[in-house]
Design a protein. Sequence first.
Length: 200
Amino acid sequence: MVSAAIQSLLLCETPSTWLEEASQQLPNLLIDQANCEKKAAATAVSLLHRSGSDERFSLELSRIAREELKHLELVLRVIKRHGMSTRHLSAGRYARALNEWTSKREPARLVDQLLVCAMIEARSCERIGALLAILKGDLRTLYEKLHDAEDRHFEFYVARAYTLDPNYCEERLASLSRLDAHLISQPDQEFRFHSGTPDR
């Protein structure tokens, strides 16, 4: 369900215990999915402000932002259809830890941010592929629609990062892959779309 590029980047698969928890926590799964789509759109817009005169980069970021917002609408429709109510859900540790990993200095910071975007999209693609094995009906249809977009967004962000500094990307990706694997495989007190193994 994932490309060879994503397989080479991710050092572990979604734990079966997370999938078991997801099947029991569908409302939280969908609410956090909506939050993820909002954040992905906001990140694309933030990067758009930093794209300068690069028209191709700007156009692609604009397309990604629109697509993420369309995904948000899809998730919200499913939430409503199932009689669930949206509510505040605190952010999980995953994206926060990845963002803390980024360099504080430019231009390394921009490259790191692009790599983090790529990692989040890669993990999302893998996780959605795992979810498709357990979901049915309109929930499965929803995640089928999200899956291919995650793969495309991953390819865009990682390609852009490599365009800016390929040697630096090679150095940093190994560290980022290890961090992702740690967060996904270690116990996590909160259940979220990108959370680790349930800490019961």
